[in-house]
Design a protein. Structure first.
Length: 338
C-alpha cells in the first residue's frame, strides 16, 4: 500500500524526467510541515514516477521514487511539478495523462506548478477553465490549448478541483493556498513562519515580467504599507499613504503598482480580508464587530468583499475554519511583502 490509511490527506507528487528540484522539494517542505493543533502531520506526501526507480532532474543529480503511477489511484490530491524538458513538447497521450484523467474522474484534486500546467491541459483537465503557467510560456500555452483561458498576470488559479500556478516560487503560494483552503489560515500561517516565507504575496506574476520600470528608483512605498497595516480598522486614504513616504499621489500610485502588482485600493482590500479571516478563526466576535475591526465598516460590506475574494460568507468561513484556541490574534497582521 502506498498510503498508510491513517486519515491524513493523501498527496501524490508526480516526478517526471527533468523535474525541477526546487518544486519537488518545496511540496514536501510545505505540505509535510503542516501540523494540527496537537502537532500531528496533516498530509501524507508520497513521490511517484511513471514507474518506480531513478528519475533524472534538471540539475546534476537524480532522485529515486519508490512508487509508480499506482500512487495516483489512492491520492486525495495529485501535484505535478514542472519538467521543462518535456512539458511543452510531449503530446497528450501515454500513461501520465491517462492516470491524471483517471484520478480526476475518481474525485482527486489535481494541481500543477509552473509548466506542469501543460501536462494538465494535455490531459484535457483544463478545457474551458482559467489557468496560468510561467509568464515566459503563456503565449505557447495559449496557442497550443485554445480552449483554456490562460491568465499570465496571476501567481495561481483555483478552479476548485483543478489548480495551476506560475513559476517555481509561485508553487509556494499555491501550496500555502491549498493548505489554507484545507485547514485554515492559522495552519497555513504556521507553515509559512516555519519556512520563513510570507503567508500571502501581494500582486501577480505580471510584476516579474521584464519591462522598463523607471519609477522604482528612489523611495519605496514599503513604509506606507507598514503604516496602513497598523490601522486597518480605520479609514486609510491614498493621500495619507503617499504622505507617509513624501510622494505625490501620482508618483505613489505608479510606484505602488510597480512594487506590488496592484493598486493601493486593491491591496488594502486584500489586507482587510486577511484581517477578517484571522478574527473569524481566532475570536468569537460577531460578524459586525469583525467588519469594524477589519475596516469594512458594516457586515454587509464584509460579506460582499469576502464573497468576491474567497467565494464564501463570513459565517460559512468561520464554520469551516474556526480555530480551537479562541485567542485574540495580534493587534495587526504581519506585512505581506511582494
Amino acid at each position: 500500500m502506498v498510503f498508510g490509511g491513517d486519515g491524513r490527506h493523501r498527496l501524490a507528487v508526480l516526478v517526471r524526467e527533468g523535474v525541477l528540484p526546487l518544486e519537488l522539494g518545496l511540496v514536501h517542505q510545505l505540505f509535510g510541515g503542516a501540523r494540527s493543533a496537537d502537532g500531528a502531520p496533516l498530509y501524507e506526501v508520497v513521490s511517484c514516477g511513471v514507474e518506480p526507480g531513478i528519475v533524472r532532474t534538471d540539475a546534476d543529480f537524480a532522485v529515486t521514487t519508490a512508487h509508480g503511477l499506482e500512487a495516483l489511484g489512492a491520492a486525495d490530491t495529485v501535484l505535478v511539478p514542472a519538467s521543462h524538458a518535456l512539458d511543452e513538447t510531449r503530446p497528450g497521450d501515454g500513461p501520465v495523462p491517462a492516470a491524471l484523467r483517471a484520478a480526476h474522474a475518481r474525485g482527486a484534486r489535481i494541481a500543477s506548478v509552473c509548466t506542469g500546467a501543460f501536462v494538465l491541459a494535455a490531459a484535457g483537465l483544463l478545457d474551458g477553465l482559467r489557468a496560468t503557467t510561467h509568464w515566459l510560456s503563456c503565449e505557447r500555452f495559449a496557442h497550443r490549448f485554445p480552449t483554456v483561458r490562460v491568465d499570465p498576470a496571476v501567481l495561481y488559479v483555483d478552479e476548485g478541483r483543478v489548480l495551476t500556478s506560475a513559476g517555481e516560487a509561485a508553487g509556494i503560494d499555491l501550496a500555502l493556498h491549498m493548505i489554507r483552503r484545507d485547514h485554515g489560515a492559522a495552519v497555513a500561517a504556521d507553515v509559512a513562519r516555519r519556512t520563513v516565507v510570507p503567508p500571502h504575496r501581494e500582486g501577480g506574476q505580471a510584476q516579474f515580467i521584464a519591462r522598463p520600470v523607471p519609477s522604482t528608483r528612489g523611495p519605496s512605498t514599503d513604509a506606507a504599507r507598514t503604516w496602513a497595516l497598523q490601522r486597518l480598522d480605520r479609514p486609510v486614504t491614498l493621500a495619507e499613504m503617499a504622505a507617509r513616504v513624501s510622494m505625490s499621489v501620482r508618483t505613489f500610485t505608479r510606484r505602488f503598482r510597480d512594487e506590488t502588482g496592484m493598486s493601493a485600493a486593491a491591496w488594502l482590500t486584500l489586507q482587510r480580508v486577511e484581517r477578517a479571516r484571522e478574527l473569524l478563526e481566532r475570536t468569537d466576535l460577531p460578524v459586525d464587530r469583525v467588519a469594524e475591526r477589519a475596516g469594512f465598516g458594516t457586515a454587509a460590506s464584509l460579506r460582499a468583499h469576502m464573497r468576491t475574494v474567497l467565494g464564501v460568507s463570513p459565517s460559512a468561513y468561520r464554520t469551516t475554519f474556526r480555530g480551537p484556541s479562541g485567542q485574540e490574534p495580534p493587534a495587526a497582521p504581519e506585512a505581506h511583502r511582494a
